[in-house]
Design a protein around this ligand. Structure first.
Ligand SMILES: [Mg+2]
Length: 259
């Protein structure tokens, strides 16, 4: 039993979910499967969670998809996802589904991404502790290694610079990150699309950050959404941290594999 689960309603919800004819298990990576690390290239999924993920992936009529704000390449690298596991990066812009990569930026969007990136690099130059991450569909300004005051100043400068470079830039905040993108695609859009593509009868989604709320928003009755950690959420269930999510995934995997 998931003894770290603070939410008693979760156990029966998982049992019901596990009986769905076709199940889609969508999971955020950082802060959900993997604890945070200062160096984003050094993170890894908790072994217990990953074992459960692989069990779910092998279960019949069950598909696992990792849905991350990371670029697809970075997600593939840190997750060590087996070939055939669906990956969605850049909050839904980049897809690797059925072994097929889809990155649908237009030439105009690509040019906008480059322009915004150059403007953010200038901000990064003024703040040595800040990391500017360039992604295929946008950029992240990481302030995890600087103090709160410098983070706030950096975010204000970055926002101004990005909007000067491209008035239509889209901005979204996360944990110690401010992101700039040229296309409004969310994790919710990705889940809706994959649900339809796979004809899933039910969806499980777990995530820890504000961008995961877009995914919780598109869940239906009978789906299960699990918020990892603190903060306002639309999710119907919550666990304390990635370690507690391991228990949830183990329970779901066991129920699914033995149905
Ligand atoms: Mg996350």
């Amino acid at each position: 039993m998931p003894d770290q689960t603070t939410d008693s309603g979760l156990v029966p919800a998982l049992e019901t979910l596990a009986a769905a004819p076709r199940l889609l298990v969508a999971l955020d990576f950082d802060g959900t499967l993997a604890p945070f690390a200062d160096d984003p290239s050094q993170v890894g999924a908790l072994p217990g969670s990953w074992a459960a993920v692989l069990t779910l992936q092998r279960a019949r009529d069950t598909e696992v998809v990792l849905v991350s704000g990371r670029p697809l390449g970075s997600l593939a690298e840190v997750s060590h996802a087996p070939e055939g596991m669906a990956l969605i990066g850049s909050h839904g812009v980049e897809w690797r589904v059925d072994g097929h990569d889809a990155d649908a930026l237009t030439p105009d969007e690509t040019a906008r991404v480059a322009r915004i990136g150059a403007a953010l690099d200038e901000v990064g130059d003024r703040h040595p502790g800040v990391v500017i991450e360039h992604k295929p569909a946008g950029h992240g300004v990481h302030t995890r290694r600087v103090g709160a005051e410098e983070a706030a100043a950096t975010n204000a400068e970055a926002s101004r610079a990005a909007h000067d470079a491209d008035p239509d830039v889209l901005e979204r905040g996360g944990k110690d990150i401010l992101e700039f993108a040229v296309r409004h695609v969310t994790k919710g859009d990705a889940i809706e699309r994959l649900r339809a593509l796979r004809g899933a009868d039910a969806v499980f989604f777990a995530g820890d950050d504000v961008t995961d709320e877009d995914a919780f928003r598109v869940l239906h009755d009978g789906d299960v959404g699990v918020k990892v950690g603190e903060g306002d959420t639309l999710a119907t269930h919550r666990v304390a941290d990635p370690g507690a999510l391991t228990d949830v995934l183990k329970q779901l995997a066991r129920a699914r594999a033995t149905r």
